[in-house]
Design a protein around this ligand. Sequence first.
Ligand code: PLP
Length: 376
Amino acid sequence: MTTAHLPPVYPDLAVPERVLLGPGPSMVDPRVLQAMTAPVVGHLDPQFVALMDRVQDLLHYVFQTRNALTLPISGTGTAAMEAAVANMVVPGDAVLVCANGYFGLRIAEMARRYGGEVSVLERPWGEVFTAEEIGTALAHCPAQVVALVHGETSTGAMQPLDGIADAVHAHGGVLIVDTVASLAGVPLAVDALGIDVCYSGAQKCLSCPPGVSPITLSPRAVEKLERRPVPVANWYLDLALLRQYWGAPRVYHHTAPISSIYALYEALRLVAEEGLEARAARHRRHAELLWEGLAELGLALHVPAAHRLPPLTTVCVPDGVDEAAIRRRLLDEYNIEISGGLGSLKGRVWRVGLMGHSSRRENIVLLLAALRRLLR
Ligand SMILES: *Cc1c(COP(=O)(O)O)cnc(C)c1O
């Protein structure tokens, strides 16, 4: 007998408060959750428009940029990645993607879908590129667009960015950098580094619920956008349209995710209150505490110390240990979430995130104590 005409009855929403130590989402500061409960207003309400300006102002600080075209994309980090690619790649453009992990390969796949002639400069997962080798690759095969990942969350490696923009610009290209897992967790100055398109996400080091993703475009990137011979193939993510909503003449494009913008505002305010330098220092201090503790447990790390990404650590799974079972017990018995490996590191590493509000001493002490017991 069918019951489709009866209203279904389900329990109240009940979600445990986890200790989130994976690659994102990170834990959310109560102030940010509180901000999301503010009344929803219209997306062109003068009060909301004033808030949009303040969000953009705070983003200028967090990105360390004066770029006029700086706004949050509606969607998670992948949407910002797609916005970067869709707006910068003109069909037929030579695109060089430096890929040393899962997210680099995702950029390459997107660039192909937007008509780029993509070449991939590859490195084993966990290694990083030098500015020289990128310059050499461009000398052999100039590219109109070059993309790489600053904090490769699949490997735990942090790509040094000094000198790369110069090499890209010398060959007439624009540089896209993915900072989804690094913005507000490690030092990053967009203008000083010469990055043309820099995007991030909310739920990593900004410690905001997933759903909005900051992006910023340099004057060089804006010029490329304005000179496109064909419109951006993705209407929703077309920055030429989006900037007319986020700035004058404030024309409707799509309804801003109002409550998510409240959350982002509060999360950015928290970053500004702490200060970027102090925040990066906290992420490093706590990462080092984790690395020392893991060494004491006899656990090896996948990435050499020189290139480690403080917000995300990859831990080698010891021989004979069922990595998924350990993760399951961490969740069931200790309420802690960590993550397994992706792609070529699947089954070989655990990924431990110390991002934003999750990057606290007590979380590290708890995780190390739990691992000590579970691995005994
Ligand atoms: C998490 C992440 C993404 C994707 O972000 P989503 O919010 O999952 O869409 C992209 N790049 C990097 C480096 C990431 O860590």
